[in-house]
Design a protein around this ligand. Structure first.
Ligand SMILES: NC(=O)c1ccc[n+]([C@@H]2O[C@H](COP(=O)([O-])OP(=O)(O)OC[C@H]3O[C@@H](n4cnc5c(N)ncnc54)[C@H](OP(=O)(O)O)[C@@H]3O)[C@@H](O)[C@H]2O)c1
Length: 292
């Protein structure tokens, strides 16, 4: 039975992977968060790899506080870059396939059409720069890797835009939300499903020795594009929340970290290689919110 190690297991994506594990019962799983495996701790990684010998490692652990990272540069690079290098080295030693999650924030955001995997990354924040450095380590060290860049992740867990909007709506009658940053919301559950499909396909191809061409960088988000304002509008419409929602330019909402004005990801590659059908962002958001 193939063994899957999931880091950062109490985060949004980690929790969604735990939610779907019963649908993929041909695997043995070990879910660990920072209290059991701090990915910055070399000895802890070594011990875990030695004991568990994972066939796959899904690295969802990350420093994800985008604004805080601007002031906590060392920590952001430790977690998002240095620790990823260590993980990749252990994966190489133990012949483990690494599924590493990255971000649309590796892009500057000057384009007006969706970003492809081979578009030049040029991050404009510390978070984006630290994640890009993590990607580069994985590519340099470990041939058997999948780097999946995703965007605007939300789930019933942790901190995310959907939960923030619902919380703010409890106390506010007017909300101003940025309408000139364009991207795509991604249901973390859909991403978890895609990761498991990639693992299943890798195993299939490995058996047929058709391996190498499928490794590499992939983009995954839900389909479509919107602004944070459109995203908020949809959330309130699904919940039938009556609130005075006003569009705001980025200049009216200063933050520590700069964010790309446009970071829609082109998903052609992942759809072609893995035969994946991707849900539209509005459709999957409606289903997650009305199911609760
Ligand atoms: N959230 C988004 O909008 C978004 C967008 C694009 C890409 N991504 C990427 O997608 C991945 C998953 O994101 P997410 O939203 O699920 O993140 P998340 O909810 O912030 O979860 C990350 C988890 O990693 C843990 N962690 C932090 N430092 C660690 C360390 N040194 N060792 C082990 N675990 C550590 C966190 O613990 P603490 O909570 O205790 O720190 C948390 O449980 C990340 O790689 C992220 O960069 C996210």
């Amino acid at each position: 039975m193939n063994r899957i190690l999931v880091t950062g297991s109490l985060g949004q994506l980690g929790r969604c992977l735990q939610d779907i594990k019963s649908q993929y019962s041909d695997f043995e799983y070990k879910f660990v968060d920072v209290d059991e495996l701090d990915i910055c701790n070399l000895e802890q990684i070594q011990r875990l790899f030695e004991d568990y010998k994972p066939d796959f490692c899904i690295n969802t652990a990350a420093y994800t506080a985008v604004d805080k990272a601007e002031e906590d540069i060392q920590k952001a690079f430790n977690v998002n870059a240095d620790a990823v290098k260590n993980l990749a080295e252990f994966c190489l030693e133990y012949n483990t396939v690494l599924i590493h999650i990255s971000t649309d924030f590796v892009f500057e955001g000057n384009k007006t059409v969706p970003y492809k995997e081979n578009d030049f990354p040029n991050p404009i924040s510390i978070y984006g720069a630290s994640k890009l450095e993590g990607e580069k380590h994985v590519q340099a060290i470990l041939p058997k890797h999948f780097i999946i860049r995703t965007s605007w992740l939300y789930s019933p867990y942790g901190n995310n835009f959907v939960k923030t909007m619902l919380r703010l709506a409890e106390t506010k009658t007017v909300l101003n939300v940025v309408n000139d940053q364009i991207g795509t919301p991604t249901n973390a559950n859909d991403l978890a499903e895609v990761i498991m499909q990639i693992i299943c396909k890798e195993i299939l191809l490995d058996k047929n020795s058709e391996l190498t061409p499928i490794y590499g960088i992939y983009h995954f988000s839900n389909e479509g594009a919107c602004s944070w304002y459109d995203f908020a509008k949809k959330i309130f419409s699904i919940y039938k929340i009556d609130i005075n929602l006003q569009p705001l330019p980025t200049s009216g909402y200063p933050t520590l970290a700069k964010r790309p004005f446009y970071s829609v990801l082109d998903k052609s590659k992942i759809k072609t290689v893995f035969g994946i059908k991707i849900k539209d962002w509005e459709q999957t958001l409606t289903s997650i919110l009305t199911d609760r």
